[in-house]
Structures are given as structure tokens and as C-alpha cells.
Ligand binder design. Sequence first.
Ligand code: ATR
Length: 268
Amino acid sequence: MKACVIGHPISHSKSPVIHNYWLKKYSIEGSYSSIDVSKEKLEETIKDVISSGYTGFNVTVPYKQEVIKYCDELDDNARIVGAVNTVAIKEGKTLGLNTDVYGFIANLKKTYPDIEGKKAFILGAGGASRAILHGLLEEGAASVAISNRTQEKAKDLALMASDKVSPIEWEQKNQALGNIDILVNTTSLGMTGNPPLDINMEGLPKTAVVSDIVYAPLMTNLLKQAQERENKIVTGIGMLLYQAAPAFKAWTGVMPEVTEELEQEVLL
Ligand code: ATR
């Protein structure tokens, strides 16, 4: 396997740690590197990677949409979400996958297995939100409310399944927690260097699960607040680990295991 992650900036990426850990664990010969690419150099770099014997690559911010035009085929998730985070190269042909959908769902299900018929609430309407919304709908969520600072983007996202998805004004989010089973933060609020997510969880049922895709810090303010009132929580690191598994499988044929030991390695 010869793979890499392409993005900008890239120094924060944990993908090399994850994939190199699995290569060693499963005794597969190969390497996984990271390439920091400016927008101007993106086309040249992708074409280089495709023609120089790579098995595939990951794509991260801000190129998950841009990369679509270099894919000969897309899997269903990539097509529906409109973003690719993994590319598999076979005989010069590129297949674009979106494994963020699986990453979020697999991680959530470890703590909260039955999504079918449940009512979800997503905060944020960026790229990650789109993947998570699609995943929740596919798992049979009864309804998904979406609230975003920029209301237009929540409305756009709601068009994905207008009978089940409803946009909520950002200022109204506290009042909309009343009968929610699954609360997910997909905004960058709470991340190191950003302000915390300002939310009053009083109305949220104690049976609800609270998930944050921010993983630095692992215990965001939102998760601390949720834990204090005894809601189940799901931290963001798992999504990162689980989204990598189907990518590794696409390149090597081996579906790797997400373990506690790997999580510790990545959190170092
Ligand atoms: P990702 O691909 O990780 O989802 P993104 O597409 O940049 O990243 O989305 C970031 C999300 O965080 C958006 O929902 C953004 O809200 P806007 O659409 O209004 O920009 C949200 N976000 C970022 N900073 C925020 C802030 N200070 N207050 C509220 N929401 C914020």
C-alpha cells in the first residue's frame, strides 16, 4: 500500500498515525504520508499521485468537494453527500468514497446502537453535517432537526429529505431540545482556539445521547455539560478512527480493527 492524505493545512492530521499503525499491525508492506497542497498546486499534485503508483489517498479540508472532478466513479455516499474523503486507484482509474458517513455512524452505534425511529438534532450545516445527516437518515432516524448560525445553509441541507429534516433558527436551538434522542455538534465551536458552544441543555431528555465531532479537546464543554447531567456521550475521536477503517480496506482488502490501543496512540 502506498497512500497519503492531501489537504491544507495538514500538520494536524492524525491519518498517518492511524494508517501506519494498521500497516504494522497487519504486517502489510507500505507507507502513508501527508502532503500539504495549496489550491494552485492541487490539480498537479492529484494527477501526480494518480500516475505514480499510489494505491489511493485521503482528502481533507478544504478539498473534499474539489477532488470529485478527479474521480472516474463515486460510491453512493460520496455522490449523495457531495464530498469525497477517500480515493482508491486501480489501473489508473479513481473511485471516490465518502467514509465519514460510516465513521460517524459506527462510532455512535458503539454507544447508542438503535438509531431507527429516533429523533436527532444536528448543530452546524457544513461538510461534516451533510455526511452525518445522510448517515442518520440511512439508519432510519424518524426526524432530524438542523440548526446553523447561517440559517440558509440549514435550509439547504434540509432539502436532502424535506419530509424528515427541519431547519431550526440558531437562536431557537435551546427550545428545540425537548424530545430529542440524539444531539450532535458538527460546528467548530468547542475546538481548541475557538469559543465553546453556548447551549442550555435543560430541556434535553436525560435518555438522549450527546455526540461531538470535535476531538481536540476530547472532552469539549458540550460533552462535559452532558456528562454532568448524566446523558450518554460520544467523543469525536472515534469518528476519525472509524472513517479510516473502510479507506484502509479499500486499499489493502483488510478491514482493520479500531481498538483502545489505537485510540491512545492517536491521542498522544
Ligand atoms: P466541516 O466540514 O467540519 O463541517 P465547515 O464546513 O467549515 O466545516 O463548517 C463549520 C460549521 O461550524 C458551520 O456550520 C459553521 O456555521 P456557519 O455555516 O454559520 O459558518 C459553524 N461555525 C463556525 N464558527 C461558528 C461560530 N462562531 N458560531 C456558530 N457556528 C459556527
